[in-house]
Design a binder for this molecule. Sequence first.
Ligand SMILES: Cc1cn([C@H]2C[C@H](O)[C@@H](COP(=O)(O)OP(=O)(O)O[C@H]3O[C@H](C)C(=O)[C@H](O)[C@H]3O)O2)c(=O)[nH]c1=O
Length: 182
Amino acid sequence: MQVQETKLKGCFIIEPQIFKDNRGYFFESFNEQKFEAATGHNGHFVQDNQSASSYGVIRGLHLQKGEHAQAKLVRVLEGKVLDVAVDLRPGSPTYGEWVAVELSAENNRQLYVPRGFGHGFSVLSETAVFAYKCDNGYNKEAEGGVQYNDPTLKIDWQIPAGKEVISEKDALLRPFSEFNPE
Ligand SMILES: Cc1cn([C@H]2C[C@H](O)[C@@H](COP(=O)(O)OP(=O)(O)O[C@H]3O[C@H](C)C(=O)[C@H](O)[C@H]3O)O2)c(=O)[nH]c1=O
């Protein structure tokens, strides 16, 4: 597998080695030893999540705070998304900066989002199935986030205005200027 650190320290793009033959393809979607060797990060994940969404859905920007913070290893099983990780780590030299990576069932690309990052994605295909590993369990009380359309972050989700599909919960998220990491 090829691993490339993004401009945000600790956030990595992972390109698995795909083995193709006359039957189709095979690849190791996760290998703890190889992950740790390539990223220097603990590859011990405790929860797998999966969500399905239709075109225009934007989920995020979310994170869990404090001791419940989660690192995530995200990928797409069906369709295509624009995946976004925002550095919300207090004191980070890249605080408030973000990266956007196209993840799809075609490219099998993965993104490792470290603890302390806001995470979200927009669905660019008719439907998308999104699957990810978390290194800490779900804790509703520790949930936080930033509104997807924050005027400071200026994230281009590649969804035409008016076509965005947002949850009621995400519609209540506050701007980055009000973000409190505690
Ligand atoms: C995240 C989560 C949710 N839930 C329940 C809570 C709700 O009843 C339902 C949907 O949750 P939510 O609307 O928060 O789902 P998403 O909007 O996809 O949230 C995720 O979206 C972005 C992209 C993320 O990176 C996070 O993993 C996560 O916040 O699943 C659980 O039972 N366990 C969980 O780990």
